[in-house]
Design a protein around this ligand. Structure first.
Ligand SMILES: N[C@@H](CCC(=O)N[C@@H](CS)C(=O)NCC(=O)O)C(=O)O
Length: 215
């Protein structure tokens, strides 16, 4: 099987987590960010992740891919239950996390931005949603204050480094990608239990953090 992704993409991290957790032999293929033709040919829209199954067919929704791989692994299903406070935390943080992360995505060496055209495509598209990358970078302190308060909340709900609710489950598929992409923000430190959780899940799922490249 093949998984088409961008390295910066949190939805792709969901699918990569399921593959990594179950030690599945899946080839990751990183598309250029301005390549519209390939994903449109595969699933009819310009979105990743896309899983190409062994029979050649494509699947294009991150949570569907996670459930498919989980089922295929034969090792039992990931618990679906999401605590309401976790869902609320996720919905809230998702509203602004891209303002911290997207402007940095193009400043570090991401393979999906190998050409200036790919960078320009991303900047043009994302600035429509969050406004100027430079203005967002200038507001780093303001967003850092906000995320620190939200991380302090999350810290209370981290039950174990092995899984937010005690064992690896859909809660982790939801929350870890957000924490993972936040490691691109230089100077952002995580509360103790959250940091241990991030490190453990990164190892368990074989998803590298961005810490070394933080900017
Ligand atoms: N509903 C989709 C959302 C996936 C999604 O939004 N992917 C983003 C990347 S993080 C994307 O491909 N956006 C198009 C683009 O960046 O041009 C899923 O969960 O799989």
């Amino acid at each position: 099987m093949k998984l088409y992704i961008y390295e910066h993409c949190p939805f792709c991290i969901r699918a990569r987590m399921a593959a990594g957790f179950h030690h599945m032999n899946i080839e990751n293929i990183i598309l250029q960010n301005d390549d519209e033709a390939t994903p449109i040919r595969m699933i009819g829209s310009k979105q990743v992740p896309i899983l190409q199954k062994d029979d050649g067919s494509y699947m294009g929704e991150s949570l569907e891919i996670v459930r498919y791989l989980d089922e295929l692994s034969g090792k039992g299903r990931l618990k679906e239950e999401i605590r309401p406070e976790i869902q609320t935390w996720f919905d809230n943080v998702s509203k602004y996390v891209t303002r911290l992360v997207h402007p940095r995505d193009v400043l570090v060496d991401m393979p999906e931005f190998a050409t200036q055209a790919a960078i320009d495509y991303f900047v043009r598209k994302k600035e429509k949603n969050i406004g100027s990358f430079q203005e967002n970078l200038d507001k780093t302190d303001e967003y850092m204050q906000k995320i620190r308060a939200d991380l302090a909340d999350l810290e209370k709900w981290v039950v174990s480094p092995e899984g937010l609710n005690g064992t690896f489950s859909m809660e982790d598929i939801l929350v870890f990608p957000i924490l993972c992409i936040l490691t691109i923000v230089r100077g952002l430190t995580f509360p103790t239990k959250t940091q241990a959780y991030i490190d453990r899940i990164s190892k368990m799922t074989n998803i590298p953090l961005f810490t070394d490249r933080a900017i």
